[in-house]
Design a binder for this molecule. Structure first.
Ligand SMILES: [Zn+2]
Length: 406
């Protein structure tokens, strides 16, 4: 007898199976085609599918002195609403997470306020002595300034000092001065540099939000096993044309001309991870030029829409939003398999819905995809076997836990 049993369609190694998932103590205990008995049973409908919750490796939850932009509470509720069960919190907060005190304060806040599970980060910028005092799940380096303004003046030195995987924002500081509109060269040169240092150091590295054709090509050519990278939905679904029409779509790296997005889609099979880079600001701040876009509540639905248009398979979505993030960041308890946390979502692949940001949980209260009709909706979200979101409502109290490292 399992605590919870899910009955319906799910994917194992790329194959759609009709069967049962048995959950014990919040973990996936069994996949079975034959009937399983449970104390509680969730049956899904024919148009629904059971998928792993998304592990989003790039999320800015703000809080601290920027609660008007987002709080850990509002952001992790937004996560569950969008089908994201684990968020990787970014450290360019105000104050930034660059010393032990702020890191510990961040951890305490998450323990109290997080509705989803989470990974904690630490910002490296010439503070190697402080790095030694904390035990972050991952580290972040900005090669050029973004929101928060802190960047690394010596990438190699900062990268050497990290104690776990480094997520890098690859836009080169000097080139940003030369090309303030951050043309592709700014990203390409930074990726080139990060890869050449990584080739020597052979330390875990993750390249954030690859947005250019040449940047992606470089990564596909030099694909070291210790390097992973991500592409964001906004760089897949939006282009510079959209930005010209709507200045609120300002983001770093910027939206590119069509050929880049087309190249990302053409090579989507080889992209290991999709992440939101959820970076909320108040509408007024956006109107005054702040860079960053909210994305937690639209990213999976956009991917389901792409699935419905045959641009991506369901299995590829599972790999890029759950299996690969878990592997790339050595998460012991996450991913979709026996013994892993039962973080599941039930998705109606046929449901069409309109993006209305006023119904979202994020404090951003606007969306780059406002007014779009998306096909595919997360109907229920389960965190470690517990129902935490149903029909757009968050259920229960903050139950988020920190991820375990393998
Ligand atoms: Zn970011």
């Amino acid at each position: 007898m399992y605590d919870v049993v899910f009955k319906g369609k799910f994917l194992i190694n790329g194959n759609l199976i009709e069967g049962y998932i048995g959950i014990s103590d919040g973990k996936i205990a069994k996949f079975s085609k034959a009937k399983l008995k449970g104390e509680e049973i969730f049956r899904t409908q024919t148009h629904e599918v059971i998928l792993p919750g998304m592990i989003d490796v790039h999320v800015h939850l703000r809080d601290f002195n920027q609660k008007h932009k987002e709080t850990i509470e509002s952001g992790t509720k937004a996560a569950l609403h969008g089908g994201v069960t684990t968020v990787f919190d970014m450290p360019n907060t105000d104050p930034p997470i660059i010393n032990r005190t702020t890191f510990e304060e961040r951890e305490k806040l998450f323990m109290k306020k997080a509705f989803s599970d989470y990974a904690l980060s630490f910002l490296i910028a010439d503070n190697c002595d402080e790095v030694q005092k904390v035990d972050a799940d991952f580290y972040k380096i900005f090669m050029g300034a973004s929101t928060g303004g802190i960047y690394s003046k010596n990438f190699e030195k900062d990268y050497s000092c990290a104690k776990a995987k480094v997520s890098v924002h690859a836009e080169d500081y000097e080139l940003i001065q030369k090309f303030p509109k951050r043309e592709p060269i700014v990203e390409i040169k930074a990726i080139e540099k990060a890869l050449s240092v990584s080739e020597r150091l052979k330390k875990p590295l993750h390249i954030c939000h690859v947005s250019t054709k040449e940047g992606l090509r470089l990564l596909l050519e030099k694909y070291f096993p210790w390097v992973s990278f991500e592409v964001t939905p906004h760089h897949l679904f939006l282009t510079k044309d959209d930005f010209v029409k709507n200045q609120l779509l300002k983001v770093y790296p910027p939206l590119r001309i069509k050929e880049h997005a087309r190249f990302l889609w053409e090579n989507i099979k080889k992209v290991p991870i999709i992440a939101s880079d959820h970076a909320p600001h108040a509408l007024e701040e956006k109107e005054n030029g702040s860079a960053g876009l909210p994305g937690l509540e639209t990213e999976l639905a956009l991917l389901f829409t792409a699935y419905n248009r045959r641009l991506i398979s369901l299995w590829q979505i599972v790999e890029k939003t759950s299996l690969n993030p878990a592997k790339a960041f050595s998460l012991k308890n996450k991913g979709f398999g026996i013994g892993k946390d039962a973080d599941l979502i039930i998705v109606n692949l046929k449901e069409e819905w309109r993006v209305k940001p006023e119904e979202f949980y994020t404090n951003a209260k606007w969306s780059p995809f406002e007014g779009w009709t998306l096909k595919g909706k997360v109907e229920q979200t389960f965190l470690r076997g517990m129902l935490v979101m149903e029909e757009d409502e968050i259920i229960g109290k903050p139950r988020g836990e920190r991820i375990e490292k393998g």
